[in-house]
Design a protein around this ligand. Structure first.
Ligand code: GCW
Length: 682
């Protein structure tokens, strides 16, 4: 009791080691009959991280076992077995994670990857800036005269990066932005790519590049980039030869084409299949793949949410087998909540891979604490019904239902040069969660949060442990449980204070940070403005995507089509995504739609206030650095949540003309002030 009252502070943490904070390790004997760069790393990890019995012997066995697939592994109390060296490395990381989370291996555990390719897409520009990056500049690229010189510091950082990725099973990295510069394919840049690939290779990470479809014309001196032109085809074949000459295990290309102003096959009257297949043929001989993005829409189309499906479905079956269509989780664009994209499960004769956004472009951008695993879990578990009940997005993309030559999943990275990689300490959890779900798409957010918190916050030094083990389970009760609850609620809180009940894309301007339901400058395309998405008027609010509206519902398989179409059955979380409804519409709990909106905004704000309290309460269990960063970010989040609530309610009230329910807090801002001063990230 006395000890508990003594103020103390824990060992400082700058967050650089993420979930790989190594405790002082006990000596261990590692036995392995094989040697390779990857096995050496596995051994080293064990020596640096062993928390088991002193001088225990661990066996690493590379032996074929029909229950182990790909780079999967088997853990037992004695060690790790796998089919491949990389399987051993993954097994070792899992073994150590079991030790650190105090989850002993009592029986044999077999773990196989859900997706063969588990890739981080870096939207890093060659000048070192990062599109939608909130954690500093690129770890791969920089500006200036020495931009292509590879320094020891570069290599050290790339190695650390590879180590972190491998620890959660990530095995691919796309090094440059999908809005790609042709320069990446010049010999100078390719040499730097080679240096990066050499560092990542022993950790099992393959290198991929985003390419600009017009490259043959931009840097190749050709007059066209038409995919059916033989000279263009030859240019790509030669380029592939050059790349594989220096990076023999190069993974392939990621392509954003004929999308948001990027060049593509449509510039030459060709289809996405013509473009993708031409590139696929160039890489085929070397085993390379093409990840062709389905993020397409034009301002002339009727409903932006329908366009990817309309454009790609007619091409199903027309892609070569080393093409994978990369589809964002939702039909619009990484919103706080969207239904799954109807392309999942619908393209039955084409490989399809999900694209998730780890960087919080639309979810508070490294200022707000939003744990994304619940959103991804909701997405992966969504039933498409495409091959009967249970055809979840996870099963439609991991090869369980449709035979795919390659299976893959990608996440848009949230890392940069910041010391702790992600800026917000809790944004690290989203990197971790992506890797874990890419490895096992059936994992629950609860388990992921639990693991991550233990690995990231549990005291590691003997001194800190002594301070905290005053009572045996204190840390679990006082820190782990409440903070886990906070994390698990955080995404729903963001939905509540930003865009509840199926509202989407009501951000101000192109920053995608604060609210801007009013934002619609004359010079901006309609489908880039919030009024296009919320459709609020005095008659009601919401986008009518029923059969009487844009008919987007028809892109879904039954029974979803009828379910979404019928306002009585449509899940309320998607209500205004699919329906335009009067303000007085009666919700299932009897409230009017207007009142329901008000309560959701209030609830979101209340949740963030509660998060603040929870965090303040865990102060004794967190090092002062991370404690105060999170505390200060939660303050900003709270102020922002209040702005979101006031802005949306005051703006929509102009149309609803209904009072804010009595037990809802009054707005603290004036609408005009909010319109004049859009909130910006500080
Ligand atoms: O979400 C939008 C972003 C763009 C991005 C685009 C895409 C890379 O606002 O910044 O561009 O999607 O995914 O291509």
């Amino acid at each position: 009791m006395i000890l508990m009252c003594v103020p103390f502070s824990l060992h400082a943490e700058d967050g650089h080691n993420l979930w790989l904070r190594r405790e002082s390790a006990a000596p261990v004997n590692v036995v392995c009959s094989k040697n390779s760069a990857t096995i050496d790393i596995a051994k080293q990890e064990l020596h640096q991280g062993w928390q088991g019995k002193t001088n225990a012997t661990v066996v690493l066995a590379i032996k074929q076992n029909k229950f182990i697939r790909g780079d999967g592994y088997m853990l037992s109390t004695y060690g790790v077995q796998a089919n491949t060296d990389l399987g051993i490395l993954y097994g070792v990381y899992a073994f150590l994670s079991h030790q650190q989370t105090e989850n002993p291996i009592r029986d044999v555990i077999i773990s196989n990857p859900s997706y063969e390719r588990r890739i981080l897409d870096h939207w890093d520009n060659l000048d070192g800036t990062i599109e939608r990056g909130y954690a500093g500049r690129s770890i791969f690229w920089r500006n200036g005269r020495d931009s292509l010189v590879v320094t020891e510091q570069d290599k050290k950082l790339w190695k650390e990066y590879a180590h972190v990725d491998a620890s959660i099973g990530i095995n691919g990295a796309v090094l440059d932005n999908v809005n790609a510069s042709s320069l990446i394919l010049t010999t100078e840049y390719l040499n730097r790519v080679k240096s990066i690939a050499d560092v990542l290779r022993p950790y099992g990470i393959r290198t991929y590049l985003s390419v600009n479809f017009a490259s043959p014309a931009v840097i190749g001196g050709l007059k066209t980039a038409d995919p059916l032109n033989p000279e263009v085809q030859k240019w790509w074949k030669d380029k592939a030869k050059e790349i594989y000459g220096i990076i023999p295990d190069f993974g392939g290309f990621l392509v954003k084409a004929s999308s948001e102003g990027q060049p593509g096959p449509q510039d030459y009257g060709r289809t996405h299949a013509d473009g993708a297949n031409m590139l696929a043929d160039a890489l085929k001989h070397y085993g390379g793949i093409i990840m062709w993005r389905a993020f397409v829409y034009s301002s002339s189309g009727d409903d932006r949410a329908k366009q990817a499906y309309s454009e790609f479905m007619p091409l199903d079956g027309k892609f070569h087998d080393n093409v994978i269509i990369q589809v964002k989780n939702g039909p619009v664009d990484f919103q706080p909540r969207e239904p799954f994209s109807p392309l999942f499960g619908a393209m039955k004769r084409t490989s399809v891979m999900p694209e998730l956004e780890i960087t919080q472009e639309y979810l508070g951008q490294a200022i707000h604490l939003v744990f994304l695993a619940p959103m991804w879990e909701e997405f992966l578990k969504s039933d498409t019904y495409q091959e009967g009940e249970g055809s979840t997005v996870a099963r439609c993309t991991d090869g369980s239902i449709f035979p795919q030559k390659y299976t893959a999943i990608a996440g848009v990275a949230n890392i940069g040069l910041d010391t702790n990689w992600c800026d917000h300490p809790f944004a690290q959890a989203n990197w971790y969660a992506f890797g874990r779900l890419a490895w096992n798409n059936q994992l629950s957010s609860i388990q992921i949060a639990d693991e991550w918190l233990k690995l990231t916050f549990k005291p590691t030094t003997l001194e800190d442990k002594t301070k905290l083990t005053v009572l045996p389970t204190v840390w679990n009760i006082k820190f782990l449980n409440p903070v886990k609850q906070l994390m698990l609620e955080s995404r729903e809180a963001a939905v509540n204070y930003m865009m509840p009940l199926g509202l989407h894309h009501i951000f101000s301007a192109n920053g995608h940070y604060g609210p801007g339901p009013w934002w619609a400058p004359k010079w901006v395309r309609k489908d880039w403005t919030p009024p296009y998405f919320h459709q609020a008027d005095t008659a009601g609010i919401g986008f009518d995507r029923t059969q009487n509206g844009s008919d987007a519902v028809s892109q879904y398989q039954e029974p979803l089509r009828s379910l979404f179409n019928n306002v009585k059955y449509c899940p309320e979380i998607y209500l205004l995504w699919f329906h335009h409804l009067p303000w007085t519409y009666k919700m299932r709990n009897g409230r009017t739609l207007w009142d329901a909106l008000c309560y959701h905004y209030q609830e979101g704000l209340d949740q963030v206030r509660e998060f603040q309290k929870i965090w303040d309460n865990v102060k004794p269990y967190v090092d002062p650095e991370r404690f105060s960063v999170v505390q200060s970010k939660l303050r900003q989040q709270c102020v922002n949540a209040q702005v979101w609530k006031d802005a949306c309610l005051l703006y929509f009230q102009q149309f609803s003309r209904m009072p804010i329910p009595y037990d809802i807090e009054r707005p603290a801002h004036d609408l005009n002030d909010l319109i004049q001063n859009d909130i910006r990230r500080r």
